[in-house]
Design a protein around this ligand. Structure first.
Ligand code: BTN
Length: 243
């Protein structure tokens, strides 16, 4: 393991990705920063965080042993590792909002941005970026966001939380490497936000529709039971879950 600590950077994911192109990095190289000037979220969104209040880090994992059609399992094990770590800090009512937002009491506390490096159609590295709201208390522009401090009233040591997450990532990646796919998927689905509950979605054109979340496919598509008893699969570009 190698930890690179920075005071400020555009994005820990971008930095680690660039570094992995320039030099060959050891598995578990971690980049952590106090502040990001161009923090990136899923689907081209931005990730904004106050200076030194929250965790922003990226982990490089060698995933050359994983078949590319199983790449969503990286997302699943990462979500499980974060949930396990937050359970350790007694954070209540944890759920995974598909594909990998981490919620506590239905509010988003953590976001994950996974970027895979593919070489000759095979997976090579995965850059797992984690933004976990920890000690920030003002989310006035983000009504659905919260932090560990707002939830628990406690102030946390950022390094301590990061080390716990890295430990759990190591554990869950071992399960993945051992091929325990069904077990991982079961754990993930058990924690899925609004599973088997009536949910409202927005499609790419902006229209709303409702259905019941049933499960996820191996490629990470959400399987939704629609009216007329039809189960349809959607990928992240096609829909977003509203509530
Ligand atoms: C999301 O919820 O859309 C994902 C947010 C991911 C944010 C983290 S912060 C550390 C890493 N560097 C980035 O630029 N993004 C991820």
């Amino acid at each position: 393991m190698r930890i690179i600590k920075l005071n400020a950077i555009d994005s820990t994911n971008s930095y680690l990705k660039q570094l992995s192109v320039e030099e060959s990095l050891v598995d578990n190289t971690i980049v952590v920063t106090n502040y990001q000037t161009k923090g990136r979220g899923q689907m081209g969104t931005t990730w904004v965080s106050e200076d030194s209040k929250n965790l922003m880090f990226s982990v490089l994992k060698d995933v050359s042993w994983l078949h590319a059609d199983k790449s969503f399992y990286i997302s699943m094990v990462t979500s499980l590792a974060i949930i396990k770590s937050l359970e350790y800090f007694s954070i209540p009512k944890l759920r995974i909002k598909w594909p990998n937002d981490i919620l506590s009491e239905d509010m988003k506390v953590c976001g994950v941005l996974i970027e895979n490096v593919i070489k000759h159609t095979h997976l090579k590295d995965s850059i797992i970026g984690i933004g976990l709201n920890i000690n920030q208390t003002d989310f006035s522009n983000l009504p659905k966001a919260t932090s560990l401090r707002l939830i628990s009233g406690q102030v946390f040591n950022l390094d301590e939380v990061m080390i716990m997450i890295i430990k759990e990532i190591t554990y869950y990646f071992k399960l993945l490497k051992a091929g325990r796919f069904q077990e991982i998927k079961n754990l993930y689905e058990t924690l899925l936000f609004r599973k088997d509950k009536p949910s409202t979605f927005k499609d790419a054109e902006g229209s709303m529709f409702s259905g019941f979340i049933k499960s996820v496919s191996n490629s990470g598509n959400l399987q939704v039971l629609l009216e007329d008893d039809i189960i349809k699969e959607f990928d992240l570009k096609e829909i977003s879950l509203l509530y």
